[in-house]
Structure formats: C-alpha cells, structure tokens
Design a protein around this ligand. Structure first.
Ligand code: GLN
Length: 522
C-alpha cells in the first residue's frame, strides 16, 4: 500500500470498498465534482487511511450483513479523527453500527427504484423534493440512528434511510446516490462534499496536466524515456504528457504492423507528430507481419503471432534507441481501472516493465512512467483534447492490438485488408456524420472472407463476400449489448459499402449481446 500522500495529485476523497458493485462509479462521481478520488480496500487500517491525508472518506456498499460474524467492520476510531465520512448502503449500516445505532432486518427488502420520503431535509438532502425515487438494493436497514444524528428520510423498508451529524461532518444514506437511477444522487454527494465536508473543487483537466508534468519531471530528471505508440488514445496521451514534461528526452516508437484501419498510421506519423512535436521512430513492419500471418485462420494463433512479432520488432527498435540515448524509462498508458482491478492500488507499480509490454528480455529492463495511473478513460480523453491531440485519435473507439487481422474471418491477405479498410471507413464516416460516435462503445466491421453469396448488380450476377456490422454499447466492455442504430444510418452504410467496395455484395448486422457473443469476432 502506498500509504503516504502521493506526488502529482490533490488530497483524495477515499472510497473504502466493501465489495461494492459500484465503488469505481462512486470515485467517478466524486471526480465529476472536481475532487480527486481513489478507491482503497476495506482492510486498510485507519492509520493508513489517515496517512493518505484524505479530504473525506466515503464508505461503499457491499454484499455482507453488518451483524454477521465475519462481516467487514468499520473501526470506530475513524469517526473520532475529524475527517468527514459519508456512508452508502453497507457503509451507512456499518457506520450506524460502529456508532451505537441498530441495524436489523425489517422484513421488507428493497431492490430497484424505491420512493424516498424526505421528512426534514437537513444539509445533505437540502432542496430535494419531499418524495422521489432512489435506487435501493438492501436486505438490512438501520432501525435506530446513533446518538447525535438527525434522521432526514425514510422509505417503506428503511425507517432510517438517511442521517447526518453536521457538527461532526458525518452522514450517510441507505440508497445509492452514485447510480443514474437515482436522479438527484449527484446533488446528494455534492451537498455532502461541499456543504457538510467543506471541500473546494481542485481537480480539473488543467490541474491534472500541471500536477502530472511536475511529477514526471521529478521522476525522470534528465534521463531518456521511451514510449511505444499504438495509435490508441492511452499511449498517445501518456506520451504527450511526458513530452510536455521532458521534451526531447522522449523518443516514441510506432510499429506499423500493417493491420490498422484507413488513415490511422498517418494519424500517428503526421497529425500527432505535428500536434505534439514528438520525436518519432516509425518501424514499417507490415511485410513481416503479413508473411508470418500467411495462411493462418485460427484466431488464437493469429493473436500469438502478432504479439510475438510486435515484441520482436519493438525490442529491436528499443535497442537502437537505447544504444543511442541510454534509455532508463518506459512510458506505459496504464489506466486507473487496471490499477484497481489488479489490487486496489497495491504494488502494481513494482511489476517489471517487460511484463507490461509482454515479454521484453531482462537486459532491457526499464523503470515505468505511468502518468495515467490515476485516471479514468473519459479523463484521459479530456486531457488529450486539452493537449491539442487530433480529435479522431482522442475520441477513437477501442481498437484491439491485433487490429484488422481479427476482423478478417479467414486468412489475412493484402487484398482482404484493402477490402475491409474500405468497408470500415464507410461505417466510421457514416457513424460520425450521424453524430453517434459518443453513443457507441465499439464498432467492429468484420469481413467474412471465406464466405461468398450470390448477388445481382447492374443486371449481372455477383458472387461476393459479406461484411458484418457489429456496433455495440457498453459501460466497460465486460458486458455489451448490440446498438440499436437508426435504420437510416444502417441503410446508408449498407448502400455505400456495396457500391464502393466491389468485392462486397452483402451487409449484415450482428444482433448478439455479450455474453454470449464477444464484441470482436475472433
Ligand atoms: N448487504 C447489505 C444489505 O443487504 C448492504 C447492501 C448494499 O450495500 N448494497 O442490506
């Protein structure tokens, strides 16, 4: 546990995670209020929480029952520290119990939209209507509030649905203010953090850039730094931040494996370099990748070949740069959700760099620079935009490392890549023209290269390939649903692809959710 105040970030609002479905969402909501927030495991001792110098603490929901023998508790010492604390659901119940209130089953569980009755709004529920719908998900309820707390709201199944002790800056709610199903939820968090806890917003795109630039300078000094650009937003923004901090001490390497979509290599080589002034080494490895992939149809084998070739190519380029400049640091676009998922901020910084880039040899060990470690994806995009990176790059949908190779069902050939690039470009252009980029998480266009079907064009018989449109909506790629794109947009994409890509005579739509289907076809 990094248990001291961190370089490059303001005092955090710590979200203590009791196993909540929504812990990351709580942190995001706090950040939307321009306050820096991080998630910590519930096993963190109070002394360690305090060592982080938190601006406030939020106790999350969780699956346990607070009165069960092995339930994770809250150390009552937390409430004597002067740090403002807000409890949500389980965190609210745990807080009630630690302070001498009562938690029990009322015989009336509540799941989903539930009417909340605000009797005496107090500070946290100020200005809320006397009755509104909130999102509940609980078996237990607080039946008696601890001494000194005012009860401000109730629901049918939760006699104490919200309480507060503003003098001690402690409060909590039974419902989930962080989810969109609680329409006034963000107001509840805002009231607590600003009015009760007395915090001032200090986490903005501009402040993040300034703080990270200072932190990178402190870490890197005057040493040389290397970064692999993929064409994706994370590596592009990470490199741009490092470049802003240390200028030409940074060298970027772009391995063009020939499997990118139309215009993407040019975006990196031309627009990105023009926007940032970054020193870029381009390795054109398309022929090597294509010859290694020749005749390969099995998806896992494709992925393995591409992974292996990428490491080989990047390693050779890294050696050249290192020989010339003595590189000590490697930039990595690790995001905050990856950090949380690999142990809530514990120790991931120590993973050897070559694990992160998938197999660089030991004599090429670098220390990692990870300027996005504290950020969510939407924050990374905002920073990229502020740094003036090309919009197409900043707003780009997720695109897999193996690129178009896993969107060609069948063997990869230059002709098939050309076909798919043309079809994919049409889909992207029409989606953008319809103003729908922001609604869609990812939009694979897949070429069924080994399938043919009969068609008719200009009174002549055709025997061409189908493409599949696979637009999906998702929160986090773990689950996804097929996107209900307007028919007229689908129609334009279909007409243009069959007109503009001669080998394609049929366009189909994938209407499978994930699960059971994955987002990509291979
Ligand atoms: N497990 C607790 C209950 O059922 C809290 C639930 C929650 O935090 N969502 O009441």
């Amino acid at each position: 546990m990094e248990n001291t105040p961190r370089a490059g970030v303001p005092r955090p609002v710590l979200v203590v995670d009791f196993g909540a479905q929504y812990a990351q969402l709580i942190a995001r909501r706090v950040r939307e209020l321009q306050l820096y927030s991080e998630i910590v495991p519930h096993s963190t001792p109070v002394s360690e929480l305090l060592a982080r110098d938190p601006a406030a603490i939020i106790l999350s929901g969780g699956p346990a029952s607070v009165y069960a023998a092995d339930a994770p508790g809250v150390d009552p010492a937390l409430f004597g520290t002067d740090v403002p604390v807000f409890g949500i659901c389980y965190g609210f119940q745990a807080m009630a119990r630690a302070l001498g209130g009562t938690v029990a089953q009322t015989g009336r569980r509540e799941f989903g939209g539930t009417p909340l009755l605000v009797d005496t709004p107090g500070a946290v529920l100020a200005d809320l209507p006397a009755e509104q719908s909130v999102w509940m998900s609980h078996n237990d309820a607080v039946t008696v509030a601890p001494d000194g707390f005012a009860v401000t709201a109730r629901s049918a199944g939760a006699p104490v649905a919200a309480f507060e002790d503003t003098a001690r800056r402690l409060a909590g709610v039974q419902f989930h203010p962080e989810v969109a199903h609680t329409p006034r939820g963000q107001d509840v968090l805002r009231r607590f953090l600003f009015d009760v806890a007395g915090l001032t917003p200090n986490w903005t795109t501009g402040s993040v850039i300034d703080d990270q630039v200072a932190a990178i300078r402190a870490q890197v000094g005057d040493a040389a730094v290397l970064c692999a650009l993929s064409g994706g937003v994370d590596s592009a923004v990470a490199a741009a931040l490092v470049h802003k901090a240390v200028g030409d001490q940074l060298t970027c390497v772009f391995v063009d494996h020939g499997l990118l979509r139309a215009g993407e290599a040019e975006q990196v080589e031309r627009d990105y370099v023009a926007a940032t002034g970054i020193k870029l080494k381009v390795v054109d490895a398309a022929e090597t990748f294509l010859s290694q992939l020749a005749g390969v149809t099995e998806p896992e084998q494709k992925r393995k070949i591409i992974g292996r070739e990428f490491i080989r190519t990047f390693e050779a380029a890294a050696r050249e740069v290192a020989a010339a400049e003595g590189v000590q640091f490697l930039v990595q676009g690790t995001l905050y959700p990856d950090v949380v998922e690999s142990g809530g901020g514990t120790g991931t910084a120590n993973i050897k760099s070559h694990h992160n880039v998938g197999g660089l040899p030991d004599d090429l060990a670098f220390t990692l620079v990870e300027p996005l470690r504290t950020l969510f994806k939407d924050e990374v995009r905002a920073i990229g935009a502020e740094l003036g990176l090309p919009t197409e790059m900043v707003q780009r949908h997720p695109f897999p490392g193996p690129g178009l190779a896993i969107r060609i069902i069948g063997a990869v050939t230059p002709e098939r890549l050309t076909m798919l690039r043309a079809a994919d470009l049409v889909a992207r252009e029409e989606l953008t023209a319809a103003g729908l980029d922001g609604e869609i998480w990812q939009f694979p266009v897949v070429l069924l290269a080994d399938v043919r079907s009969v068609g008719v064009q200009g009174d002549g018989r055709t025997y061409g390939h189908p493409v599949v449109l696979r637009p999906v909506v998702s929160e986090d790629a773990m689950t996804a649903d097929w996107a209900k794109l307007p028919y007229d947009v689908l129609a334009r994409i279909s007409t243009r692809i069959t007109n503009e890509v001669p080998e394609v005579n049929r366009v189909t739509l994938d209407i499978t959710s994930k699960p059971p289907g994955t987002i990509e076809w291979e």
